[in-house]
Every structure is written in C-alpha cells, then in structure tokens.
Ligand binder design. Sequence first.
Ligand SMILES: C[S@@+](CC[C@H](N)C(=O)[O-])C[C@H]1O[C@@H](n2cnc3c(N)ncnc32)[C@H](O)[C@@H]1O
Length: 404
Amino acid sequence: MPEPDAAARAHSDRVRAHVAEVIAREGGWITLARYMDEVLYAPGLGYYVAGARKFGADGDFVTAPELTPLYGATLAGPIAAILDASEQREIVELGAGSGALAASLIAALAADGVAVARYRIVEVSPELKARQQAALADVAVPVEWCTALPDGIDGAIVLNEVLDAVPPHVVVRRAGAWFERGVGLATDDASRDAFRAAAEGAGASQGAPSGSGSALRLADRPLADAALRALAEERFPPDIDYESEVNPAAEALVATLARSLVRGAIVIADYGFPRPEYYHAQRATGTLVGHYRHRVHADPLLWPGLTDLTAHVDFTAMAEAGCAAGLPVAGYTSQAAFLVAAGLLDRLAREGPPTAVAYLRAAGAVQRLLSPAEMGELFKILVLARDDGIVWRYFAGVDRSHRL
Ligand SMILES: C[S@@+](CC[C@H](N)C(=O)[O-])C[C@H]1O[C@@H](n2cnc3c(N)ncnc32)[C@H](O)[C@@H]1O
C-alpha cells in the first residue's frame, strides 16, 4: 500500500480526530454507516468533499465515464429515448464526479441532433462542482448545479456509481445473535494518548495517530434497530454465521427519486448483484471495501478521508424501492449487454481504422467496459421507467429482470 505524504497524513489525522469527537459525543460508538458518512462527506474533511484527486490514473479509482467518452456517448441512445418520452427534456445527474459523463453525453446528444433543455447536477462537493464547471464551460446545453434533490423531474435521472457511495449498515449474525458493526474509540493507553494528541490539534506531529486503528476500532454492538434486523433476517441466508450490508439510505434515495419523477426514467449504473447473489451463503463477509490509490483493501479505518469506502449495490432492493414508489423496472442487465445493445461497438468503429492510434486507445477502454473479467459483468444497468416501452429495445434479448 503506498504511504500518503505528510500533508495527506495530516489531513487524515484531522478526519480521524473529527470522527473521534463525533463518537465521544454520541456516547462512545457510532454505526459503520455513520462513520462512512463522516469520512466521505463531513464538510471540509470528507473524502468526497475535501480537495484530493479521486478519479483517474493519479487518483484512487477509475469509473466508466473516466475510461472513455464512448461510455457516455453510448448512453446517449437510451437517454434520447427517455427524453422523447418526457415534456421538459431535462437530464438530472447525481454525483457527477469530474463531469466526464455529462460532457460526453451532452456532446453525443448534440451530435445526434437530440434536444436537451437543461442538465442539472446534484453535487455535494464544492471541489467537484468547480471541476465540473471547468469541464462543462463550453457545452451548448444550460447546466445548473444544486445540492438538494430537485422535485418534479421530467426527463432522465442518471446515477453512475452513486449508490455504491451511499453508506450502508453492516449487520452481523454470530451464533444466532444479531449485531451491528460500528466504530468506537481504542481503549488501550497508547492509543488513547495518541488520540488525545490528535484531538488537541497535534495534526501530523509524531504523537498523532497515523495509520489504521490507532485511535478508532471496529466494534460490534447488539443490533438495536428492529427495522434493520427485519431486513437482514429476510435477506441473509438462514442459520449460518454471516455479515453483510443493508442500505436503507440507498433505497430511500431511489424511492425519493422515483416519486419526484413526473415523466421519463431513472438510469442506475453500478457494481452489484441481484439479491440471491448479493446475500449468497458464500459471500459471508459482505462487500464493503476501501479504494486507495488503485488498491482495494478491507480495512474501513485505513486512512480516513484519503480512502474511498464503497459497498456493492443490492439491485433487488433498488428495484423494490422504485416499484414501491410507483416506478416499475423497465429493464435490468449487465453493463456489457446493455452497452452492446446501445451501440458501443458501432461508436467504436467510428473512431477510425482499426490500426489508428485513436481506435486502439478506445478499443482498450471498450475492452475494460465489456470484459466479464473487468467491468462488463460485475457492473449492471437498472432502468426504472414510467413506461417500460421507452427503453425496452435496449433490453430486448438481454433483460435479466427475472433474476432480481
Ligand atoms: C464513485 S463517485 C462517482 C462519480 C461519477 N458519477 C463517476 O461515475 O465518475 C460517487 C459520487 O456519488 C456522490 N453521491 C453519493 N451520495 C449522493 C447523493 N445522495 N446525492 C448526490 N450525490 C451523491 C458522491 O458525492 C460521489 O461524488
């Protein structure tokens, strides 16, 4: 694992001290969902709201729109169909990252002669908003930013790798008893001293806790939340010791979006599984991981504020949340199947002759998007729509809604 530099360690120590303060205020323990919320989104501190570079080669991970503009361009077909089924012809994107998806989508829609009335981005990060403004400075469509979900959306809502960044609860069943995983303060003297030094503002000084677990520790408590327990009891495989995530916040987000959609559809692209695979007996330790400088690790306490924390998406739960809010499933399939049906390979062919450098570069990215060993199979596309006729042709022959 590459070591952070001094400035990054100092930032991580500030984030850890902030979390420790929250834990102390909350009586000595917070859920892992609350911890993740703090380390990702605490104003001025969290991974997604403070300044470090996240996406791309010199960041922590690469997302599909960052790999190649052909990804966003390929989504232009289905998005155009959704816009045609709306009256206001607007696109709302949540968590737009560097703005790469918006830029490639808007460019392809313009090239295809598809009218877009406006593009709204829901963004919690001031730093990412500034990057998006720079990336989208010259686009022909009016772009607006907001920090809260808009109401009365009439068009397409796009969530690319957003739901995996919504903090889940981690529920544990051990020897028939139920627990929730959380974070407490380390109690041994050395860690307490280190924590005190950090909390007193020692920052990156030698006494401050740097690295995993010196002031914070993972701790399971008996599961107090009856609603969470009911969800876990329903979803976990019976009898065996098991731990996994349950994500009511992601379900609530999808339900809210579904209710606010007047006409059109929600397009969800993310990594995850339908429920029988998500809560498979062999996946007995869940899916929560950290991403740090293109390494995946399993320690949620490692470098808080510098590490992205993420869990796979239970697509059955998202489909159920949409349906319960009155927005049915129009289609669900793998990223590879959807992108091929939406014309990714035709768009690749337009990059030039197969020996051209532009073609070869794009082909490498397309291979990552489609390969079952890379993103093609793990990533899924779920579309919830007012009328499933809108996008049905993109799912014809490849729809897997029956597996949800
Ligand atoms: C892994 S990044 C993906 C960024 C971008 N969509 C991409 O694909 O490159 C996850 C993003 O989702 C955003 N996010 C998480 N929860 C959100 C919410 N409730 N509303 C809007 N954005 C959210 C995060 O702030 C973060 O920018």
